[in-house]
Design a protein around this ligand. Sequence first.
Ligand code: FMN
Length: 179
Amino acid sequence: MRAVIVFESMFGNTQELAAAVGEGLRTAGAEVAVSDVGLLAPGTLAGCDLLVLAAPTHALTMSRPQSRAEAVSRGADPRQLHSGMREWLDGVDQSLPTTEDRPAVAVFDTRISKARHWPGSAAGAMARALRRHGFVVAARASFYVNDVKGPLVAGERDRAEGWGSALATGAPAAQHVAG
Ligand SMILES: Cc1cc2nc3c(=O)[nH]c(=O)nc-3n(C[C@H](O)[C@H](O)[C@H](O)COP(=O)(O)O)c2cc1C
């Protein structure tokens, strides 16, 4: 199986989990490429069997230029300002034009643990956008940070690695799903 993980990350937490999911997939035998959504090279998705999209939850959904600007004002890397998952998904029909090119997709987001029961999430918004573009969403999960900048809640890195392994075997581990 060839898997490509595309992440957006303002403070590095989603990026760390994307790497962990990649390790889990590799452990289960997959060939894996991991890329920042803003740096995804043309052709990376060719021949991909599983696409994993990852993004931080901002204001109950995927980030927008304004929420990314707010993250930068709180210390995030300004290079991330223009590289949103929302904008990439808007153009996904150009990246993967035909139905036959379209891999199964799994999505995950990061969220603040104390907002666990808030109704919206980036993963839910990504799943809805993907379905609108004709994709089949095979799995969805949320992973938790302690506060806006992180760090990850204890155990989340290992949980992400396990989720990655389960994706490769077609049996996603138990997930918290909201929004
Ligand atoms: C502008 C802004 C809005 C946010 N809104 C939410 C939210 O609605 N729900 C939530 O759980 N976390 C929210 N967060 C926290 C982010 O989810 C958190 O910063 C992110 O998961 C960290 O991942 P990253 O290091 O990859 O950017 C928000 C953060 C920012 C900067």
